[in-house]
Design a protein around this ligand. Structure first.
Ligand SMILES: [Zn+2]
Length: 460
C-alpha cells in the first residue's frame, strides 16, 4: 500500500510528466521540422548505401542538423564499412517449352556477385520452400534454385513474418551452392502481391562457391511456381553486373547533449543513416533518422534539461553488416571498463514512419513495471502497446557489452511497412507527415521519461 503522501507525490509526478508530454506533442504537431528534414534527406541526397558518396553526404547533412538544433558536441565515430555496387544490369526472363518468353522483375541481393563475366546464366529450375529441402535434392545440381516460401500471412506482427522468411534471402545462395546450383532466386520479402523486387542483405560462406543471388517479385514467384507445375522444363535466364568494392571509412554521426546531474550516464537514441539503393530509404530508415534529430529539437524547444547525457546517433551500415552498431557498442564497453561512462538506456526507431502504437521493452524483467507505469501517460495519444519485444539492430550489440542497458524500440503500425521495405517504393511520398510527427512526439516523450525516472544502476 502506498501512503497518502507517496500517492500524491506520484500523482504530482504524473501531472508534471503529462504536461511536458502535451507540450512536446503540441510542438511537433504545430512546428515540426521533421517532415521537411525527411524531404531533404530523401530528395536532396537520396538513397545512401554504406560506402557510397551519398552516405558520406548524409553524414555531413546529419551533423549539420544536430549542430543547428543545439547539440553540445557533434562528432563522427569512424567505422570501416563494406562497399558494393548494384551497377546497371539486372534482367531475368522465363523461357517456356512452347517458346513463350516472360520477363521477370528482378533485383540483385546486396553483396551478391554478378553473373560470370556479366553474361547471362540460364538453366532449368527447382523450387523449394526451405533451405534444407536442398539437402535431399541432387537434381538441383547445375540448376537455378527459386526459394518460394511466402511470409506467413496470419502473423499480426509483420516483423515476425519477415523474420520467419528471410533465412531464404540471407542463406539461400549458400544452400543452393552447396547443392551444386548455379544461381539463387528468392521470392521478395513482402505480404504485398505486386511486381516490385525487394532487395536486402545476403551472405556467402568461406569454402562455398559464390553464386549470383537475386530477388524476384511476389507476383513473378507465384507465376513461376504455377507455370512450373504445367511445364517443369521451363528455364530461367538472368544477368547481374553487381560487384563488391573496397571497404570505405565512414562513421556513426553523434550529437551529444551533456547531462546536468548524471553526465556519465549515457542515453543513446538513434536510427540508421544508410539505406538500400533502389528507393530513397524513406521509411527504412530515414524516418528513424529524422525521429532522432527531431527529438533533440523538441526537447530543446520545450525547455527540457536532461539529467543524463543524451547521445543522438545516426548509425552507419545497419543494412549490410551492422558495423556501426558493433563499433558503437565496443566504444561503450571501453568507456565502461575505464570507469568513464555507463550506457544506461538505448532506444531505436527502425520500423518505419507510420503511426506509433507504442514501444517494445528490451530489458531485464525488473524494469518492466516502471515501463508499464508510463502507459497511461501515452493513452491520450493512442499509444497502448507497452510490451516486451524487439528494440533494434543498431543498438542490439549494446546488450553484449558492459552494463546491460534499458532498451526500447519505437513500435509503429507495421501492416504496410513491408509493402515498401527495401524496394523502389520506399520513397518520401509514401511517408505521411502527421504519422511521422507523432512518431517523434512519442520518441521524445519516452526519452524524457527514461531520463527522469530510470533508476541509476548500482555500482557496488
Ligand atoms: Zn532499417
Amino acid at each position: 500500500m502506498l501512503s497518502a503522501s507517496t500517492n500524491s507525490l506520484a500523482q504530482n509526478r504524473d501531472e508534471i510528466d503529462s504536461v511536458m508530454i502535451r507540450s512536446i506533442y503540441d510542438e511537433v504537431l504545430s512546428n515540426g521540422d521533421i517532415y521537411n528534414n525527411l524531404r531533404s534527406l530523401t530528395k536532396d541526397i537520396g538513397h545512401r548505401l554504406s560506402g557510397s558518396p551519398q552516405a558520406s553526404e548524409a553524414m555531413v547533412w546529419g551533423a549539420n542538423l544536430l549542430e543547428k538544433y543545439g547539440a553540445d558536441t557533434v562528432f563522427v565515430m569512424p567505422v570501416i564499412v563494406p562497399s558494393w555496387t548494384r551497377n546497371n544490369i539486372a534482367t531475368a526472363t522465363a523461357y517456356m517449352s512452347d517458346g513463350r518468353q516472360i520477363p521477370l522483375h528482378i533485383t540483385a541481393l546486396g553483396g551478391s556477385v554478378g553473373t560470370p563475366n556479366n553474361s547471362p546464366i540460364r538453366s532449368k529450375i527447382v523450387i523449394v520452400k526451405h533451405l534444407n529441402d536442398l539437402d535431399t535434392m541432387p537434381e538441383a545440381k547445375d540448376k537455378i534454385v527459386l526459394f518460394n516460401r511466402a511470409m506467413d500471412p496470419v502473423l499480426i506482427n509483420t516483423g515476425s513474418a519477415y523474420g520467419g522468411a528471410n533465412d531464404q534471402r540471407g542463406g539461400g545462395a549458400i544452400a543452393a551452392a552447396k547443392a551444386g546450383a548455379i544461381g539463387s532466386l528468392v521470392r521478395s520479402m513482402t505480404h504485398s502481391l505486386d511486381t516490385l523486387p525487394h532487395t536486402g542483405a545476403m551472405r556467402y560462406e568461406d569454402g562455398v562457391k559464390k553464386i549470383p543471388s537475386a530477388a524476384i517479385s511476389t507476383v513473378d514467384a507465384r507465376m513461376i511456381a504455377k507455370l512450373y507445375k504445367e511445364d517443369p522444363e521451363l528455364e530461367i535466364e538472368f544477368t547481374l553486373n553487381c560487384k563488391a568494392l573496397p571497404d570505405v571509412v565512414q562513421g556513426n554521426v553523434i550529437g551529444e547533449w551533456q547531462g546536468s546531474e548524471l553526465p556519465n550516464e549515457i542515453i543513446t537514441l538513434g536510427g540508421h543513416l544508410d539505406s538500400w539503393d533502389i528507393g530513397e530509404g524513406a521509411h527504412d530508415d530515414g524516418a528513424g533518422i529524422v525521429h532522432t534529430i527531431e527529438t533533440l529539437r523538441l526537447l530543446k524547444a520545450v525547455g527540457y534539461t536532461p539529467r543524463r547525457t543524451i547521445r543522438f546517433v545516426l548509425f552507419i551500415n545497419e543494412e549490410n553488416g551492422n558495423r556501426g552498431g558493433i563499433r558503437y557498442a565496443e566504444t561503450a564497453s571501453e568507456e565502461y571498463t575505464a570507469g568513464e561512462n555507463v550506457y544506461v538506456a538505448a532506444m531505436e526507431s527502425d520500423a518505419g514512419g507510420f503511426s506509433p502504437r507504442g514501444f517494445n521493452l528490451d530489458a531485464p524483467d525488473e524494469h518492466y513495471e516502471l515501463f508499464k507505469s508510463w502507459q497511461s501517460l501515452f493513452e491520450p495519444y493512442d499509444l497502448y502497446h507497452f510490451k516486451k519485444g524487439w528494440s533494434g539492430v543498431d543498438i542490439g550489440p549494446l546488450k553484449r557489452h558492459g552494463h546491460r542497458p534499458f532498451m526500447v524500440g519505437l513500435k509503429p503500425d507495421g501492416q504496410r511497412y513491408f509493402d515498401f521495405h527495401h524496394s523502389s517504393q520506399d520513397v518520401f511520398e509514401n511517408v505521411h507527415k502527421r504519422e511521422l510527427e507523432l512518431g517523434a512526439g512519442a520518441m521524445a516523450s519516452i526519452i524524457m521519461l527514461i531520463d527522469k525516472h530510470l533508476p541509476s544502476p548500482s555500482y557496488e
